[in-house]
Ligand binder design. Structure first.
Ligand code: PLP
Length: 359
């Protein structure tokens, strides 16, 4: 049976990448050993790391005045690292909140420094939305403003590019590489890998070089951007197997036509699902039209007593991990880059069948 995995994270990886990883699992580049068994200081692995960085730079059009760092500790590791790297000498920062992840980011930053929080959500007739606000330098002396363009749990995505009088830091864990962005609009972009990049544990950081001049706090060396940059992301042993898989995902994405092409595919997948829900009197979506996430489509059954039955039958039909996050309930279909268009089509076909059988 064909299975489609809608898990929000760790998420499915492209089947072609998994097959290549399987084929070379115990014999990488004819060395007779796995890529996870070789030194990160050896020529073959350094070549892999350099190629991964070059491919990512090409995919995202990253300017030369930005470092690309491969770090440990996933997305949440960066919640702390950002405050530690930039908020020394009593520095302040502004955190915009639009859902679960941006709220978690503020809570972590507060352990280290004095930060302000601004709720950027609003309610319309069709649901909850969020907007990057107009900001004025007189609002505060901030080292940076942090926000989360795609709230993975809530299904709220902000598509407009940010504009602020301070450097913008974006948690792109669940939307990186899903659509074209202008990297030069950001002081720092980061992402846990397990949605659009590779396995969990790895974190990707894209940081403008001048940001590293900001005063920092005392912190573990592995969290320090300057130390990581100076060591080409190899201050200590990097998560080599995760980097290998990320390198294959970047190559796959280039072969798919890059970010521009995958964005068109992502638009079609999301439209397949949202257009169906909009027409339905059995399912509903509580997010404002302009903020409906392309990566994490949240939806509810109007009769929530059928939730359990829906999930059970979906799983039997090979449609996995559709249960919404425990905090918000309902359903969530994550449609990351690796999800084929047939996945969205199969989901809608199942939803329609289930609705007709239970109307
Ligand atoms: C998944 C996710 C995280 C957390 O990533 P971890 O690797 O589990 O720490 C942070 N922010 C967003 C937006 C996410 O989707």
């Amino acid at each position: 049976m064909q299975v489609f995995n809608f898990c929000a994270g760790p998420a499915m990886l492209p089947p072609a990448v998994m097959q290549q990883a399987q084929a070379e699992f115990i014999n990488w580049q004819d060395q007779g050993v796995s890529v996870m068994e070789v030194s990160h200081r050896g020529k073959p692995f350094i070549a892999l790391a350099n190629q991964a960085e070059a491919d990512l730079r090409e995919l995202m059009n990253i300017p030369d005045d930005y470092h690309v760092l491969f770090m440990h500790g996933g997305g949440r590791g960066q919640f702390a690292a950002i405050a530690q790297n930039f908020l020394g000498d009593n520095g302040k920062a502004l955190y915009l909140t639009s859902g679960q992840w941006s709220k978690s980011a503020v809570a972590e930053a507060r352990k280290f420094a004095d930060v302000d929080e601004l709720d950027i959500t609003f309610a319309t007739e069709d649901g909850k939305g969020a907007k990057f606000p107009a900001l004025d330098p007189s609002q505060g002396d901030y080292r940076y403003v942090h926000y989360c363009p795609n709230e993975t749990v809530d299904g709220i995505e902000i598509f407009e590019e940010p504009n602020a009088p301070w450097p913008v830091i974006a948690d792109m864990s669940s939307c990186i590489l899903s659509r074209e962005i202008d990297v030069s609009k950001y002081g720092l972009i980061y992402a846990g890998a397990q949605k659009n990049i590779g396995p969990s544990g790895l974190a990707l950081v894209i940081v403008r070089k001048d940001m590293l001049k900001l005063p920092k706090l005392a912190m573990p060396s592995i969290a320090d951007y300057q130390i990581t940059a100076d060591a080409d992301s190899m201050f200590n042993t990097p998560p080599t197997y995760a980097m290998y898989l990320a390198s294959l995902v970047f190559k796959w994405l280039k072969a798919e036509g890059g970010v521009k092409a995958i964005e068109q595919k992502n638009i079609r997948k999301a439209a397949t699902l949202y257009d169906y829900i909009a027409k339905s009197d059995f399912y509903t979506n509580g997010v404002a039209t302009e903020n409906r996430s392309r990566m994490n489509a949240t939806f509810q059954l109007l009769n929530s007593e059928l939730d359990g039955e829906f999930l059970q039958q979906a799983e039997k039909a090979g449609l996995l991990a559709l249960k919404g996050h425990r905090i918000v309930g309902g359903m969530r279909a994550s449609l990351y880059n690796a999800m084929p268009e047939q996945g969205a089509i199969a989901l809608v076909a199942f939803m329609d069948k289930f609705a007709k059988a239970n109307q």
